[in-house]
Write a protein that binds this ligand. Structure first.
Ligand SMILES: Nc1ncnc2c1ncn2[C@@H]1O[C@H](COP(=O)(O)OP(=O)(O)OP(=O)(O)O)[C@@H](O)[C@H]1O
Length: 370
């Protein structure tokens, strides 16, 4: 393989990693394979219970592995104790000791390693300065804002000089405004430090904003791995399209397709659209400022599949407003329809998009998109 096509070195490689909490139970993580490039920001994303925290905890060494391997820079760390792996973890609530100052919180793990007081304070002070917290080193966590506590938690994780920083929902305890501010800081720190970050979140928006690589999980399996742009513009399966949001899923003769709601066309049924396109009616209209989100139901589609949306610019909407109850026709350009694959399946199980599980195709859609 030449230098151009060689993949970047994998900081973390996960091979057939499996976690079964109880014998006979469905695995929480089921034989997943994943390579995370050195120095990249990776987000593990998925709904509650999909196995993302279990995966992170196995990499951290806080959870035993049922089967498979975890490699860090080609070193097998699967059975090493957490402290010997070269990873560090930053938790949701930051888990700072309330009775210790910021400085002592950061220095804590060096104390556990019997590093002399002067040396551990020097190193802790250095790190606090690096995250712009040097001037608040003597404060207790309760005397710090959420964002400041996060910086202390980061400094505390970094004091062990990890190669990989593991972050479990690190922003979820913050209010929405601070969350956006701190996610920009996390991204900046990751670039500055040049470390590999693996960040667990259930928020699509957070993963899109932060990740070089997004890993979308569902039921202990990986549905898709790719850049935010790849995942958003080419969802691999119906699950990914629906989970990412902003997409409509349509059943055509040759399978399911996803169409972004800002790529949809909408026209009144009575206008020039005539009987072209898919009939639907408007169920709600949400003014979002720059955009207007129109909620619709497809005519004659099963209830669980009939909900779709169209996102129009404010200007487009105002030039031709719709009202709840309006009958419309929906269409899209063929180049905006993304064919969806069957999604991740366990060995021996049929695909989610197999003919048996797929809904009956909508003849009108098929004719229109052909
Ligand atoms: N200690 C445990 N004992 C038994 N089952 C567990 C344990 N921890 C997690 N599970 C189960 O494993 C599955 C995956 O859980 P996990 O916490 O990894 O999911 P998650 O995607 O991180 O969810 P969340 O976003 O809610 O934290 C779930 O079905 C969960 O109930």
């Amino acid at each position: 393989m030449d230098a151009v096509s060689a993949p970047p070195p994998a900081a973390v490689e996960i091979v057939a990693l499996t976690k079964r909490y109880a014998a006979g139970a469905q695995p929480a993580v089921d034989q997943i394979d994943l390579r995370i490039a050195s120095g990249s920001y990776c987000c593990l994303l998925g709904p509650s219970g999909c196995g993302k925290s279990t995966t992170l905890r196995m990499v951290a060494g806080h959870e035993s592995v049922s089967a498979g391997d975890i490699l860090l820079d080609n070193r097998n760390i699967t059975n090493l104790p957490a402290a010997a792996r070269g990873t560090a973890m930053m938790f949701q609530s930051f888990a700072l000791f309330p009775h210790l100052s910021a400085l002592d919180n950061v220095a804590f793990s060096l104390k556990m390693k019997s590093v002399a007081k002067a040396e551990r304070h020097r190193r802790a002070k250095n790190l606090l300065e690096r995250v712009a917290m040097g001037h608040l080193a003597e404060r207790k966590p309760a005397e710090l804002s959420g964002g400041q506590q996060q910086r202390v938690a980061l400094a505390r994780a970094l004091i062990t000089e990890p190669r990989v920083l593991l972050l479990d929902e690190p922003l979820s305890a913050l209010d929405p405004f601070l969350r956006i501010q701190m996610r920009a800081e996390l991204r900046r720190w990751q670039k500055e430090l040049g470390l590999t970050f693996i960040h667990v979140t259930h928020s699509q928006e957070e993963a899109m904003a932060l990740a070089d690589t997004m890993v979308v999980m569902n039921h202990g399996l990986i549905e898709q791995v790719g850049s935010p742009h790849q995942v958003y513009n080419h969802p691999a399966s119906e699950f990914v399209a629906r989970f990412m949001g902003g997409h409509n899923v349509f059943a055509l003769n040759d399978g399911l397709v996803a169409v972004r709601n800002d790529h949809m066309r909408i026209a009144p049924s009575t206008g020039e659209a005539g009987d072209m396109g898919v009939p639907a009616h408007v169920t709600d209209i949400e003014y979002q400022g720059t955009y207007v989100l129109i909620g619709l139901r497809l005519t004659g589609e099963r209830p669980e599949r009939s909900g779709v949306s169209v996102l129009l610019s404010e200007q487009t909407f105002l030039s031709r407003p719709y009202e709840v109850g309006d009958s419309v026709r929906l269409s899209w350009s063929e180049t905006d329809a993304r064919a969806l694959g069957p999604g991740a399946t366990r060995p021996g199980e049929p695909g989610n998009g197999s003919a048996a599980s797929r809904p009956a195709p909508m003849a009108a859609l098929a004719a229109m998109a052909a």
